[in-house]
Design a binder for this molecule. Structure first.
Ligand code: C2E
Ligand code: MG
Ligand code: MG
Length: 859
């Protein structure tokens, strides 16, 4: 039974109220005017966890929340005295501590009870601890959902978005209004990379099974992101899908690395070339971010840029970049490589860094460029990696990820290339001279031999061994020996044509492989090689002259494969060394004889040109009807003290091959002009002088100038001279040749086509080029008597000549019969032994004076 509370309306009424309060679900505590607890019901006992006997009669402050305890009496007193209600009549949540220490929350309302002078208070508390905890949990939960960087959304059973967290809003840039009620397809886009459309992916997410996947989604601004998607269905009581919770996590960065890395690294593993690996990477990046164009430039040791890959740029743009130098003001890439840091130009047209190149960029539609230097393992800048934009702008986070992945892979690819090159160098090249080593040389040579076999061409292998290298090594030390080998290697390299190659076998042994060369070509080549090798060089302050012994073998004559050719060239080299150091030897004696003979002839011809062994003979050209002398042809003659007379048919081609033809023709020109001038001084009427020039002379752009000078020196007129050349001159089809022909015409010197009818098949040139004369080849004249077809040919030649108003000379006339036939065919001029063999100048003067034709002499 409760203590008396002072109710006045009788026991029943009191009983009624006490029972009511006693049985209330809420805790009820009543205090008297001394703040002593006078009523504490069962619910209160439960709430505070303490029997009423322990609280009844004690001050209520033991029941109030800790922080209030000390002030509680004052609060209550203030309320009693002032009547100002702070808590009476309102409800508030308070936290109490139970007897056992557990904390509970209650919603409390207080009633003020005035009994005469005394004021009592009744407190009603409802236990809201569970609600309160739920509420906190909910608050924390929604806080955690909104604070994380993950984006969460919830769809309903119809796949409509019903909830999106702040993370999703932040991630995608949509507002809640944009997406609530929409399908998640709003931001799930086709995966351009895997070329997978978005719908099937979304279906998997919505199918009711927990699902994890990665997908490409699009921000509101169109920028793409890779996300990890985790979806969890929530079912209702009947087992039907109620909601699906979808959590998206941005994995763009790692995914980009993964996707790019997968492609690029698999290309690297497949040993694809640097260019194709980098091109593939550019294309992949451009697929992920179609708004950019990727360009990768190499930076060489000299700081010069070389485009490595830029499939999205016009090719002329890349060509224009090739060879540009890096520098403080060199566009984005050149400047980035120079500064060693990224350079971002958001407006190419107005940025001083692009002043020199903006026109080029503009015409290719490029407006902005972000370039990042790429360093190799040792820190040197070896490339630049750039993103170009078609509008004025800077990079966004996706571009930053792309660049991070791109530069990294670019570095890998370049390092692989460097490693590859150095392995290649080590495996295939000789470290000292940088020349191919034995293995590489052999395999290259073998390939080349197969090619020659297909072409039916010859090939020469030269085994070069330096003479007395050991002495140099011993005398000057090994470092000097090495230096000498490097010099020799460089010299060997310098004489090669593009198709040739040279390698170092070992020590002082080198091997040259010369495709499409026969014994004759080799002999000419050897001259040059030996003169280059034997020129003095300074090693360690000492002038050293080195000679080399050279052995030669030829494919296919001396062997079918490189092993045997090398072996035979080696044997030949020893043979040369035995004969005389610094000499050469062919493997086959026969070849050797020919080559040595040729070498001798060549040396002799050089001497003849400087000495007196060459002479000109002159053969008259006669007007057939009148017997008048119309001119003479100068023909070169060489008679050697020991070799005897050598035919021009032998020494002219030799002079052409060994580079003496210009000197020889110059000599002929001078000699012939001087002779003509001399005859004229003697009063002999020689109307014209013909000289023969080689087609090679026509490559000399100053040929007409040289002729002009010579004519002037001898006070002759251009019309006094006729230049004969075979149709071979037209075969080279060179611009220089045509120019020389036209220059001669302008000068007024006539041009005759020698041996007409034997060479060139097309006659079109006769119309196109300023030609004055045709010389019917003497082979036609030879057979005129017996061969009808020859007659027909000589008739057509005169026909052509007449038709084109050209002078036609028949040469090699040996008989009156031939002369008569030709005359009958309409030939006006003839030349040949029938009239006179070619004669020395004086003899020809004699011939003219004694000639049976009166009109040959000056009256
Ligand atoms: P070519 O210019 O057609 O000279 C005519 C050749 O026919 C000369 O031979 C001449 O001696 C020969 N010949 C003339 N009449 C008769 C004849 O009745 N019967 C026979 N069997 N032969 C006759 P050669 O002097 O041996 O010259 C041969 C070729 O060498 C020349 O043919 C010419 O192409 C070239 N040649 C000669 N001298 C020179 C020169 O100074 N410079 C250049 N580039 N070539 C020259
Ligand atoms: Mg001639
Ligand atoms: Mg001729």
């Amino acid at each position: 039974m409760n203590a008396k509370v002072g109710l006045t309306s009788g026991d029943e009424a009191e009983d009624f109220f006490v029972q009511t309060l006693e049985q209330a679900i809420d805790a009820v505590v009543i205090i008297d005017d001394q703040n002593r607890v006078v009523f504490f019901n069962t619910a209160a006992e439960r709430f505070w966890g303490c029997p009423r006997l322990e609280v009844l009669g004690s001050n209520v402050s033991t029941l109030v929340p800790y922080p209030l305890r000390t002030h509680h009496d004052d609060y209550v007193r203030a309320n009693r005295e002032t009547g100002i209600n702070k808590i009476v009549g309102v409800s508030r949540d308070i936290q109490i501590v139970r007897k056992d220490g557990e904390e509970r929350w209650g919603t409390m309302s207080i009633s003020k009870i005035a009994l005469g002078e005394r004021i009592l208070y009744a407190a009603f508390l409802k236990d809201v601890t569970q609600l309160r905890l739920k509420d906190i949990e909910h608050r924390l939960l929604s806080m955690s959902v909104n604070v994380t960087s993950s984006a969460t959304c919830i769809v309903d059973a119809h796949a409509r978005l019903i909830y999106v967290n702040d993370g999703l809003i932040r991630l995608l840039g949509y507002s809640r209004e944009d997406v609530i009620g929409q399908s998640p397809l709003t931001f799930f886009v086709s995966d351009i990379h895997a070329q997978a459309p978005a719908e099937p992916r979304l279906e998997k997410i919505l199918c009711g099974q927990p699902h994890e996947d990665s997908a490409l989604i699009s921000k509101r601004n169109g920028q793409r992101l890779w996300v990890h998607v985790s979806s969890t269905p929530v079912f209702d009581a009947q087992g039907q899908i109620d909601n699906i919770v979808i959590v998206l996590t941005d994995i763009t960065q790692s995914k980009l690395h993964e996707v790019l890395q997968e492609k690029v690294i698999s290309a690297l593993l497949k040993e694809e070339s640097l260019e194709s690996v980098l091109t593939l990477m550019c294309q992949e990046i451009e697929r992920i971010a179609p708004e950019v164009i990727v360009s990768i430039l190499g930076v060489d040791m000299e700081g010069v840029l070389h485009p490595l890959a830029s499939p999205g740029l016009p090719s002329h743009y890349s060509r224009a970049i090739e060879g540009l130098s890096i520098g403080p003001v060199a566009g984005s890439c050149g400047t980035a490589a120079y500064r060693g840091e990224p350079v971002l130009v958001t407006d190419i047209n107005n940025d001083p860094l692009w002043a020199d190149y903006k026109a080029l960029a503009k015409e290719s539609g490029l407006r902005a460029c972000w370039s990042i230097p790429v360093r190799n393992g040792s820190g040197r800048i070896v490339a630049t990696f750039a993103l170009y934009f078609r509008e004025c702008r800077g990079p966004d986070p996706l571009h930053t990820h792309l660049v991070a992945a791109g530069t990294h892979l670019c570095m890998l690819a370049l390092e692989r290339e460097e490693a590859r090159q150095s392995i290649r160098r080590m495996a295939f090249y000789d470290a000292l001279t940088g020349l191919p080593n034995r293995n590489f040389l052999m395999s290259q040579a073998q390939r080349c031999i197969l090619e020659m076999a297909r072409e039916n061409a010859e090939l020469a292998v030269l085994f070069v061994d330096l003479d007395r290298f050991k002495q140099v090594n011993d005398a000057l030390g090994h470092a000097s020996g090495d230096e000498l080998l490097r010099v020799m290697a460089q010299r060997l390299r310098s004489v090669l044509r593009e198709s040739d190659f040279v390698g170092r076998l070992s020590g002082d042994e080198f091997v040259l492989v010369l495709p499409r060369m026969n014994a004759t070509h080799v002999t000419v080549f050897l001259e040059r090689l030996r003169s280059i090798l034997s020129s003095p060089t300074t090693i360690a302050g000492t002038s050293v002259v080195v000679s080399a012994s050279i052995g030669i073998s030829l494919f296919p004559g001396d062997g079918q494969d490189m092993e045997s050719l090398l072996h035979r060239a080696d044997i030949a080299m020893y043979q040369a060394k035995r004969t005389e150091r610094g000499s050469f030897s062919f493997f086959l004696e026969e070849m050797n004889r020919i080559a040595q003979g040729r070498l001798m002839l060549e040396t002799a011809l050089r001497e003849a040109l400087t000495g007196n062994d060459l002479k000109l003979h002159y053969q008259p050209q006669i007007h057939l009807a009148s017997g008048r002398l119309v001119g003479v042809e100068a023909l070169a003659r060489w008679s050697h003290a020991t070799l005897g007379t050598i035919s021009p048919l032998q020494f002219i081609p030799l002079a052409e091959e060994c580079g003496l033809i210009n000197d020889l023709s110059q000599w002929v020109l001078r000699e012939a002009c001087e002779q003509l001038a001399e005859w004229r001084r003697q009063g002999l009427r020689v109307p014209s002088m013909s000289i023969n020039l080689s087609p090679i002379n026509f490559h000399n752009l100053n040929q007409a100038g040289l002729i002009d000078q010579q004519l002037q020196r001898c006070a002759l007129q251009p019309a006094d001279l006729c230049v004969e050349v075979t149709e071979g001159v037209l075969l080279s089809n060179s611009l220089a040749t045509e120019k020389t022909i036209r220059d001669l015409h302008v000068l007024g010197v006539r041009l005759a086509i020698d041996d007409f009818g034997t060479g060139y098949s097309s006659l079109g040139y006769l119309r196109r080029l300023p030609i004055s004369e045709l010389k019917l080849d003497k082979s036609f004249v030879d057979d005129l008597k017996h061969d009808n077809s020859c007659r027909a040919l000589s008739e057509s030649v005169i026909g052509i000549g007449k038709g084109l108003s050209l002078q036609v000379v028949a040469e090699g006339i040996e008989s009156a019969h031939q002369r008569d036939i030709l005359k009958a065919q309409g030939y006006e001029i003839g030349q040949g032994n029938f009239f006179s063999a070619p004669l020395p100048g004086e003899a020809l003067a004699q011939w003219i004076k004694l000639a049976p034709f009166k009109n040959l002499q000056v009256e």
